[in-house]
Design a protein around this ligand. Structure first.
Ligand code: GLN
Length: 447
């Protein structure tokens, strides 16, 4: 394959910043639209800003299936990239479909609504796994900057995710839902343009192996997997159990914790009431402010030769995120005694969630790009995103069951499960690491 573009910026390949901007605006459209979706579905048909008049249960069910479908579509999205198109082209087609889909939602009829949602599902499926794989393609095999590169990319995701609910939500509230959808569409158009413009920095990244000028690249598509490669795929599939657990707990944010903010939390501050939806931006802002700090912490540990394998980080991340739920236990106790919970519990819970997320989620993306054999790189990334989709569905189910179990028990149960599960992975670390056959070991690359 042509070697990846070498031009650097802030010590990282310039292509990283193209992917950063593309994903920032893609996530702006995704989270902007997601923030108003349920509100639009449940708004009354006869109000000043009319919606579809669905019940809460109908809307939440649709929302759950939506989250599940967009990430499940990453499986065919990854397959298409590996077998036929390469990641770079697949991302471009995904971006086109996403722009079309979001702009279609700006029209006010039911065909446009379902058509737009369908295009968004296809678009995310084509774009999301493949753009993540491309970030890995910017770095050589054992480059220690890879995890940091993914953290920078992750900050881009969250810049989009933090501002979108505020801006799109505001436009939808002021001018009408369909203007909100249109703003999300404009964000996606920007993403498409930035990606198309940045192609010169992505030479040699995300190309289809079958079209490579190197015979050994083309041969990879036909070669059977070696035992080492099979072992690595096994350890990846096992690590996806951590992924399902992590997101199954973390994604209470948009559901149960969101309702907790709305219904059981005292949101008065300095004489005003903070809208519950604003708490949805907190995790994004925490990621932006803590991203490099946490990445540097782990790099420093690695340089000192201390345990900092990807699996250890993912397990510890799950434990830290899980322990954040103890703050929700405290909130539930306070609510039971006083009839209202203080908001700092929610803020502390989200803070721990993000510290855990930053130790786990960008690391998982990076880990996949290190371990997956080149000819299956995208489909395995697709499977990762499908696992996060399962996590989202699980989160919805746990949230719904909390009606029976009680919130106090649910929050405490999630915390204990995550800590025990993470602990179990740490105990199994040695045999799991053996299965990676050294692919997770980093070396310092001069830049
Ligand atoms: N917030 C991250 C993103 O949007 C991860 C979401 C998830 O895995 N469910 O990429």
């Amino acid at each position: 394959m042509t070697p990846p573009s070498q031009a650097q910026w802030f010590g990282h390949p310039k292509g990283l910043f193209v992917l950063f901007m593309t994903e920032l605006w893609e996530r702006f459209s995704y989270y902007g639209m997601r923030a108003i979706l349920v509100l639009y579905l449940t708004a009354s048909v006869t109000g000043a800003n009319p919606g579809l008049g669905w019940t809460n249960v109908e809307a939440l069910t649709f929302y759950g299936w939506y989250g599940f479908s967009v990430y499940m579509a990453s499986l065919p999205g990854g397959y298409l990239a590996d077998r036929f198109l390469g990641q770079k082209k697949t991302v471009l087609i995904g971006a086109l479909l996403l722009a079309l889909g979001h702009l279609t939602l700006a029209f006010q009829n039911m065909q446009a609504f379902y058509g737009g949602i369908f295009l968004i599902v296809l678009g995310v499926g084509l774009l999301k796994p493949n753009i993540s794989t491309m970030v890995g393609g910017l770095y050589a095999q054992h480059d220690i900057r890879r995890d940091k590169g993914f953290t920078i990319f992750y900050i881009g995701i969250n810049l989009g995710a933090a501002f979108a609910p505020i801006l799109v939500g505001w436009v939808a509230y002021q001018y009408g839902w369909h203007y909100g959808f249109a703003l999300a569409g404009i964000g996606m158009l920007l993403s498409l343009i930035l990606y198309a413009q940045g192609q010169k920095h992505l030479v040699g990244v995300g190309d289809f192996l079958g079209k490579s000028t190197q015979a050994e690249d083309r041969a990879k598509l036909r070669q059977p997997l070696t035992q080492v490669e099979k072992d690595r795929i096994w350890v990846l599939l096992l690590s996806f159990l951590i992924v399902v657990t992590f997101w199954g707990a973390y994604e209470q944010a948009g559901g149960l914790m969101n309702l907790y903010a709305e219904q059981k939390t005292n949101r008065h501050l300095l004489g005003m009431e903070i809208p519950a939806s604003w708490f949805q931006s907190l995790t994004g802002f925490f990621v932006i402010s803590l991203g490099t700090l946490i990445a540097n912490f782990w790099t420093r540990r690695a340089l000192k030769g201390k345990e900092s394998s990807s699996l250890a980080k993912m397990a510890i991340g799950t434990m830290i995120m899980g322990s954040g739920f103890f703050f929700m236990t405290a909130a539930a106790l306070q609510y039971e005694q006083m009839g209202q919970a203080a908001m700092y519990w929610l803020i502390l819970a989200y803070l721990f969630h993000v510290i855990g997320e930053l130790s786990s989620s960008p690391v998982a993306l990076s880990f996949i790009t290190k371990l997956a054999p080149a000819q299956y790189a995208s489909i395995i990334m697709g499977a990762y995103w499908a696992a996060t989709g399962l996590g989202e569905k699980l989160a919805g189910m746990i949230g719904a069951y909390s009606e029976h179990w009680g919130e106090l028990q649910t929050f405490t149960g999630i915390a204990i499960f995550c800590i025990l599960f993470g602990g179990l992975i740490l105990l199994l670390l040695k045999p799991l690491k053996r299965l990676t056959h050294g692919a997770d070991d980093d070396t310092l690359i001069e830049s």
